[in-house]
Design a protein around this ligand. Structure first.
Ligand code: PGA
Length: 256
């Protein structure tokens, strides 16, 4: 433990926060604190309307831009949706798919998570697929089944080549935005289960190099412990990603 022997990805999920002007300010603060840090990949997943300003600011830097959702059709009569090609052209490199808030409030299903994943991969985006159990699932002792099923279904028809562009974020729903974090051991155990699902489908080598993040109230204080666990290769960070000092501290923790 403690050896960051492989790629680590720290991604901020801004959710529905920050107007373009506020985004500009936040990114410049983050940039001033993380520049020169090369040991992990840094991504900011921003609201759609913030993408142009953020993409132009971070172009060529160590910060990459992500979106928070993508539609699975290439174009057409889908009012209010955004396609993978649109994101690509705006400089987006990563996209979050299947966040629990989308599953909970916007009718996202395992099927649509899979379709969005495939569309994004086809367009050459990197996908951060979110999986995670609810409190009721954990209390019923079905965390393993729930997370394994979500992972398997999200990866249907994803080729081994495409899998290199997939990150899986383990986000226990009960830990998101609640200030309750999974313990290092709880988080590591489930990330290990996810890695096993990937290994069963794609083999051990690919599973080993797959980035598996933890998300759910990760912050400047608990990041180091979580990131030191052998199955945790990064974080998907909500609340703390809006605070430049905290986000930078997590990036720093990922390098140790
Ligand atoms: P949180 O959000 O860090 O605020 O818990 C994480 C997420 O929803 O990705």
């Amino acid at each position: 433990m403690g050896n960051r022997r492989k790629r680590t990805v720290i991604a901020g999920n801004w959710k529905m926060n920050m107007t373009p002007a506020q985004a500009k300010e936040l990114v410049s603060q983050i940039y001033s604190k993380v520049k020169g840090r090369k040991a992990c990949d840094i991504v900011v997943c921003v609201p759609f309307v913030d993408i142009p300003v953020v993409a132009s600011m971070v172009k060529g830097s160590i910060i990459k831009v992500g979106a928070q959702n993508v539609h699975y059709e290439k174009s057409g009569a889908f009012t209010g949706e955004i396609s993978a090609d649109m994101l690509k052209e705006c400089g987006v490199q990563y996209v979050i798919v299947g966040h629990s808030e989308r599953r909970q409030y916007f009718g996202e299903t395992d099927k649509t998570v899979n379709l969005r994943t495939l569309a994004a991969l086809e367009a050459g985006l990197r996908v951060i697929v979110c999986v995670g159990e609810t409190l009721a699932d954990r209390e019923s002792d079905i965390t393993r089944e729930v997370v394994a099923r979500q992972t398997k279904l999200a990866l249907e028809n994803v080729t081994a080549e495409q899998m290199k562009n997939v990150i899986i974020a383990y986000e226990p729903v009960w830990a998101i935005g609640t200030g309750k974090t999974a313990t290092n051991e709880q988080a590591n155990e489930v990330c290990g289960i996810i890695r096993q699902v990937v290994a069963d489908k794609y083999g051990k080598v690919l599973a080993k190099s797959t980035v598996i993040q933890y998300g759910g109230s990760m912050n400047a204080k608990n990041a180091e412990g979580l990131l030191s666990m052998n199955h945790i290769d990064g974080g998907l960070i909500g609340g703390a990603s809006l605070k430049p000092d905290d986000f930078a501290a997590i990036v720093l923790a990922a390098q140790e």
